[in-house]
Design a protein around this ligand. Structure first.
Ligand code: SME
Length: 149
């Protein structure tokens, strides 16, 4: 069982109780972060026109509340249509730094059919923090959000 299965259940329960979109996003961010290492901070960036807008987060604050498509790891994920698992953020040319503690980053797209609604962006203080299992676990939450939002 994926570590995030209880999170998916909590999101469905919140949705049944008419939780608004921002509440579902906040819940997802908080509960993923609460799993502990490697999850240090979790951000929900949603597509608004040609920008990603930070709608909810849990963890460290970021100055990057709006990210143009194609910029940074986050913008690259949307522009290429591919999730990003960056083992060493220092090695990425267009990385948008929020702080000096973050060593690795995982971006998982929230997709409904062919449409990209947004993404879950997870920072880790651990180098190469995210395995395929972590990717699958975060993807389960992103896939649930795609249906519920
Ligand atoms: N590092 C991201 C920017 C978002 S912050 O990590 C919260 C990027 O390069 O797109």
């Amino acid at each position: 069982m994926l570590a995030t299965a209880p999170i998916v259940r909590a999101l469905r329960a919140a949705h049944l109780h008419d939780a608004p979109r921002v509440e579902l996003l906040r819940l997802a961010c908080e509960k993923i972060r609460a799993l502990g290492a490697p999850y240090t901070s979790v951000y929900a960036y949603m597509v608004h026109g040609d920008e990603l807008v930070l709608e909810a987060f849990s963890g460290r604050e970021t100055e990057h509340t709006r990210i143009p498509m194609g910029r940074g790891v986050c913008g690259t994920a949307v522009a290429t249509g591919r999730d990003q698992n960056v083992a060493d953020v220092a090695a990425v040319g267009n990385y948008l730094a929020c702080n000096l503690e973050t060593k690795s980053e995982l971006v998982v797209l929230i997709r409904r059919g062919r449409t990209i609604l947004g993404q879950l962006d997870v920072d880790s203080d651990l180098p190469a923090g995210f395995t395929v299992k972590h990717h699958q676990a975060v993807k389960a939450v992103a896939d649930a959000l795609a249906v519920l939002l």
